[in-house]
Design a protein. Structure first.
Length: 206
């Protein structure tokens, strides 16, 4: 049980997991992807709350342990002030967790996916939006292309971009040959691999 405080100021206990194992309980995969795993309903005002709480996801068949930390702890993580666990990877916030889980399900390399995101965001900057776009990996479609969704180019719209699998394979081959290349190392801050580690918000209104 975890204690939750609703914006209506009601505090209550709810059965929200702190740890899940996707091999032992594969039903949690769908709950996670659909956004229901850390959701609850306030018993007082009946508001649906999507909670930004820490969660550890174990996936032995993928040889991975992912620690999701709340968005409020991002600065502590990237500045090295947050104590991190060995042999684990980190993501910040639920959206990054879903993204990473789908990447692993599709047997893709996270560093390569984050590299592709960087290039997509650089391209998106040419539209000179008033907000900083963010991008998430969505799926491999029926044609074998990698599908990404870019938020923030246009208000209330999501841009869908498809990347050919051969481009992914080309970048992966380069990454395997040159793992210490700055294009890749810049994406990783310790155990936190994310395009958000790269400073791309260089516009005055970012």
């Amino acid at each position: 049980m975890r204690k939750v405080t609703c914006p209506c100021e009601q505090t209550f206990s709810v059965e929200i997991p702190e740890k899940i194992d996707l091999d032992r309980n594969p039903e949690n995969y769908d709950k996670l992807i659909e956004g229901n795993l850390l959701s609850c309903v306030c018993p007082t005002c009946e508001a649906v709350l999507n909670l930004d709480l820490a969660l550890t996801v174990s996936w032995p068949s993928k040889n991975t342990i992912i620690h999701m930390i709340p968005e409020i702890e991002r600065l502590a993580l990237v500045s090295g002030k947050l104590s991190v666990k060995k042999n684990s990877s980190y993501v910040v916030g639920y959206a990054e967790l879903v993204d990473r889980i789908i990447v692993l399900k599709e047997n893709l390399e996270p560093v390569v996916i984050e590299s592709i995101k960087y290039h997509l965001l650089q391209k998106a900057k040419e539209s000179r939006t008033k907000t900083t776009p963010i991008v998430f990996f969505e799926k491999i479609n029926e044609s074998g292309e990698l599908e990404f969704h870019i938020h923030g180019i246009r208000e209330n719209e999501v841009a869908v971009t498809r990347v050919p699998k051969h481009l992914y394979n080309s970048i992966k081959e380069d990454y395997i040959k040159n793992p210490d290349k700055e294009d890749y190392t810049a994406l990783c801050n310790g155990s936190y691999c994310s395009v958000r580690n790269v400073l791309i918000e260089d516009s005055p209104n970012a």
